[in-house]
Design a protein around this ligand. Structure first.
Ligand SMILES: [Fe+2]
Length: 209
């Protein structure tokens, strides 16, 4: 009985010339270069029945709010990692919960800017140049100082958010007003409450000194 020898593997030279183009079109095109399709600060028209000047003002305000919200989110993550002391565990968990909630706000604000025809600020270097929240040191700080920084950052966001919400309402940008009031202001007020209760000098054991 004779066995049939297996067919030899095709060598690269056996690829028909007609298939070379097919392979090329399936290959990833890396290292491409080009120009921006929309400059930061510019506005494209969107069919949402809102005048250009209204959308422009909302985009500008929302980008400031976005830069500060990204910074607040990162401040929570920094403190989540670097917290210390007897309250390490509850603060470690609380800071991460708030970082997650701020991350949700970042996405909502950034997407609102795009819905209005603008361009959202995105990268850390650009955010650092825009934010109104003071830059913390790279090193660790004690929990009371971490909390003071967070409360100040919340107040920066809340102060500008209240003004921006009023402007949006007056100009008829109800979607922006709703986002700022229902999501940004409500979330920041709630988080500020949770965090601030940790720096109340309440007695641990005896009700009266
Ligand atoms: Fe973590």
């Amino acid at each position: 009985m004779t066995t049939k020898a297996p067919a030899p593997a095709p060598s690269p030279t056996s690829v028909p010339a007609s298939a070379v183009g097919t392979f090329r079109s399936a290959a990833p095109l890396t290292n491409q270069r080009g120009h921006e399709t929309q400059a930061f600060g510019s506005l494209v028209s969107m069919p949402i029945a809102l005048a250009e000047d209204v959308r422009r003002e909302s985009v500008s305000n929302l980008n400031q709010l976005l830069a500060d919200t990204i910074t607040l989110r990162d401040l929570y993550k920094k403190h989540h990692w670097q917290v210390s002391g007897p309250t390490f565990y509850p603060l470690h968990l609380l800071f991460d919960k708030h970082a997650g909630e701020q991350s949700e706000l970042v996405d909502q604000v950034a997407e609102r800017i795009m819905q209005l025809g603008g361009v959202s600020v995105a990268m850390g270097g650009d955010v650092a140049e825009m934010t109104l929240i003071p830059r913390p040191p790279r090193g660790r700080e004690a929990p009371p100082l971490q909390i003071s920084r967070l409360l100040h950052a919340h107040e920066v966001v809340l102060r500008e958010a209240r003004t921006m919400a009023r402007i949006a309402a007056e100009k008829g940008d109800d979607g922006t007003n709703d986002l700022i009031v229902s999501s940004v202001i409500r979330t920041n007020e709630q988080e500020a409450w949770f965090v601030s209760e940790h720096v109340v000098d309440a007695p641990l054991v005896h009700a009266n000194d």
